[in-house]
Design a protein around this ligand. Structure first.
Ligand code: M6R
Length: 357
């Protein structure tokens, strides 16, 4: 029930800090350490390559998940859009593990890949919010998101939950392979939950930002580098699907290879600056678009901030920034849709689970 909330989406965005805390709890063992079930751990450890299959927002979570598994568990990862995978199955490694990421567990495009993969005899793991869903029942293993029902068509808390569960799975796998990490994920996730809370609490400011940058716009850009690029893709999808503003997520460095031609006076550009090694480069891209008249909204992380950044998010571990930086983008999209009188929870042409291929 949405109770006093005007929209499920607003409620679900507000629930995000609690979702991360719940996941920490659900994935802690009796000794209080992060853990996943032994058979799943073994399947992950045994894989020489992971193939992540997903659609939409879940695909965007998969792009971040690739970094988690490669950096924390030393396993190479490919991420594929489920509807495209079947046409051109890549050369598979000797011991592949397929990971299906799906909030609903019902996405037909992903299921058709699972059917193929099972025929080929490869192991599969579904990461889903819905216990007993098709993808969960048909895969060998399941990791649950524990995000609680997500009703709004725009996925918010499930994305954050997907990132948290992917991070835990990668971290625990790495540990069990004897890979030393220089941080404690449990502590860092708790810090991220608090950071998300502080953004949720600043929603009035995010409403203002939304009005400032989007009230008159027909299009918008989201840019970032490295992990921020993947969040840009998600920010753009959120804005498109609920406000119908045409939006594009872009790798900062790729803009000058064509797309910068679209920047004109007043074009809103949201730039994420959460990664120290590329902070100067993305700030350079901001200067390039501003020189062409863009209305740039820089969202940076504490420690990398400069005096004229529009929003500064609390400092979190560099791998966990997507859990936090996506939240202002969700709220900005929500308010843009609200101001335009759109049906926030049920945008036109869309369904919560896409059960046709
Ligand atoms: O249930 P799934 O995660 O498999 O759904 C995949 C996409 O249809 C979904 O993420 C879609 O992109 C959302 N409406 C995005 O907010």
């Amino acid at each position: 029930e949405k109770g006093t909330y005007p929209h499920y989406m607003l409620k679900e965005m507000d629930e995000q800090p609690g979702v991360v805390r719940k996941i920490i709890q659900e994935y802690s063992n009796d000794a209080g350490e992060l853990a996943i079930d032994e058979p799943i751990l073994k399947a992950l450890r045994d894989a020489d390559r992971i193939y992540i299959i997903a659609a939409g927002t879940s695909y965007h979570a998969g792009l971040v998940g690739k970094q988690y598994f490669e950096k924390l568990a030393g396993i190479p990862v490919e991420v594929h859009i489920s509807s495209e995978f079947g046409y051109n199955i890549p050369l598979l490694s000797e011991k592949p593990l397929f990971i299906f990421i799906s909030q609903s567990g019902e996405t037909a495009d992903s299921r058709q890949v699972l059917v193929k993969v099972k025929k080929l005899g490869h192991p599969s793991l579904t990461i889903t919010n819905v216990a007993g869903s098709t993808l969960s029942r048909e895969a060998d293993y399941t990791l649950l998101l524990h995000a609680g029902p997500e009703i709004a068509v725009a996925s918010t808390k499930a994305y954050v939950a997907q990132l948290a569960v992917l991070a835990i799975a990668a971290y625990v796998t790495g540990k069990s392979k004897g890979i030393k990490s220089d941080f404690d994920l449990k502590t860092e996730l708790a810090i991220a939950a608090n950071a998300i809370q502080s953004i949720v609490d600043s929603k009035e400011e995010l409403h203002k930002i939304s009005n400032e940058y989007l009230s008159k716009s027909r299009n918008a850009f989201f840019i970032g580098r490295n992990i921020d690029y993947y969040v840009s893709l998600e920010g753009a999808l959120k804005l498109k699907e609920i406000s119908y503003i045409q939006a594009e997520g872009f790798a900062g460095g790729e803009l000058k290879h064509g797309t910068i031609a679209l920047i004109e006076k007043g074009t809103p550009v949201f730039a994420l600056v959460t990664q120290a090694p590329v902070a100067l480069n993305i700030r350079g891209n901001v200067k390039e678009v501003v020189a062409r008249g863009a209305n740039a909204c820089v969202i940076s992380m504490e420690g990398l901030d400069e005096h004229d950044d529009r929003l500064v998010i609390p400092k979190v571990h560099p791998l966990l920034t997507p859990l936090v930086s996506v939240v202002p983008l969700q709220f900005i999209s929500y308010y843009a849709a609200l101001e335009r009188g759109c049906d926030v929870d049920k945008p036109r042409n869309l369904a919560k689970s896409v059960t046709v291929e």
